[in-house]
Design a protein around this ligand. Sequence first.
Ligand code: NAD
Length: 667
Amino acid sequence: SVKAVMICGENGKFSAGADIKGFSSPKRRGIALGPIVSLIERSEKPVVAAIEGVALGGGLEVALGCHYRIAHVKARMGLPEVTIGLLPGAEGTQRLPRLVGVPAALDMITTGKVLCLVIPPAWPKTHEFLLPMYLPDVDALFCNSIFLPPGQPLGPRRLSLKPVPKLPNMEAFLSEALVKVKKQAHGCLAPELCFQAVKAATEQPFADGVRREQELFNVLLTSGQAQALQYAFFAERAVQKWTTPSGASWKISDSVSLLSLGLGTMGRGIVTSLVKAKIPVVALEQDLEYLNMGRKAVMFLLEREAMKMEQGAQTLDFHNPARLQFTVDFDVLRDVDLVIEAVFENMALKKEIFHKLSRICKPGAFLCTNTSALNINEIASATSRPQQVIGTHFFSPAHVMKLLEIIYGHHTSPTTIATAMQLAKVLKKVGVVVGNCFGFAGNRMMFPYAQQAVFLLEEGSRPEAVDQVIEDFGFRIGPFRMSDLAGLDVGTPARQRHGHRYSPLPDLLCENGRFGQKTGKGWYQYEKAGGRTAKPDPWLHSFLSQYRDTHRIKTRFIDQEEILERCLFSLINEGFDILAEGIASGPEHLDVIYINGYGWPKHRGGPMFYASTVGLSRILAKLQKYSEAHPDVPGLQPSAFLKKLVAMGNPPLKEWMSYLSRPNNKL
Ligand code: NAD
């Protein structure tokens, strides 16, 4: 007597897919979903997926096994398995191309993007993805046979029986798509294997395609990359739970109107981020000339963001003066709840500004500084409310980069930390709470890395060789290309000279007018000033040889292994010191900083996770070897904490913090 079956979810969500924790433990993996999806599809009664909220991963694969799909206009759908190093393993790579065609399926499966109900032009304009729906009415809708006229055969509704829509130039399309997928993957395996699974759908019958999907899924499941990406997924959630050594932990506070001070490179991105998050913002500059320049730049960024958002059927209102004001009048400070200062990196100026802020702002207002390395305590000392002063370190471009490093000082209150974390969340950024030290956590770990890169040049390597090794590892950009991009003249001084090795090479380049991309020359040469294509530069090579001759440095061949180890292991070594000093609450915090702010390849899990996969004893042995060869480089001397962990038998990453004698606050 049953006419049709409808599958829907509880509480406004269809299904978010598998429990990710299950992937790493074979015991929890349970029954495979693919055969269940097939069973649904084989049903003699029509089965309808009624999608509300989200249908992701395995959830969407269930919907693909149904004979009909209808969705609420606000539903979001996607196959995000690739982002955790896997592929849709419940026959989704075989059914989706049959439904939406190869180009759209490849796009969804290899990127993991989640789509709203704006139908990409390549998708067939069928009613099934478009129908606005109100769930309580859905039974009536179906049973009144809008979709299910009696006697309609189910065969044509079974996706596994449909052919994959042909493209006139399928082969050429696939080889082009593969090049693109590989280029964007930066060494991550999953996108390419997702591609292979979809390709199988174009070449083989459904059942063979499913077998291929399974094979590829198993390759990914047992690759270290899937584990690294799943670790990164959970680490990002773990950092939302912050603690300070004094025992403070997370709380929520709400603030409404914000002020951004300084509209330079960083201020522009910060204002854009705030407006996008629909936070009323006042942008303040030192004079009208700077204000107008800043306003123009912000409007340009916002126009571009608005265009991008329109493609996703969202709007961005930035012409409303109640939401965005530009001013040079410090009096507006009286009404704001939170200030983000992004003026020049100069302690005297920052202190003067914070003194002024402390006098003018209302008592409850929070005062944040975007300094990249200055001492938060010293800045706070210029105010009468150091408990409300905090570092909010954005990364450039601030409206794009996801990381917000949040630095507490001696007196910063838990409510202030909570407010900064809440701000990160509202801005859709990843906030990570760290303690106050030179360079904080991220830049501090970057210094020994950048230092090693330059030392390697002194000893015989070339910028392109070092960059290549780091980019092959998975970074988007190596240290020298990065230095040319940022400008050699703005690098934070990475080394002290007190009896320790120091390389004047970056300074010498600046003296030769080579500031990087902006002057068309740096570690590389560019087609013109402001050019972006880096070419190895014979001038630099002969400059390096002369330099080595002058300093009587014997040139030697440096292999890829040494380049990688000296750069990365010194960065990791600093990470162990940071953990031991209590500057970061755990290795996950450093990994999340590196993945979201420094381009560390996610499929390698972050520097500390990577260290755990390489093995701490190996890292220690290598650091010992390199520090013996370079006794004047403190960055290569193994951290005491690393040595301790090795002595304790190389415990798993989750247990590292329990080996510190400092009391570890439980939340
Ligand atoms: P910038 O030189 O591009 O901009 C600074 C702006 O502050 C200028 O527009 C200037 O007019 C304004 N300003 C100066 N004094 C002012 C005053 N008294 N009142 C109002 N505005 C004033 O500098 P930036 O690169 O945007 O850096 C700003 C801060 O952010 C620095 O502390 C820097 O260390 C930090 N930071 C920079 C980066 C980066 O990549 N550029 C990254 C992270 C943090």
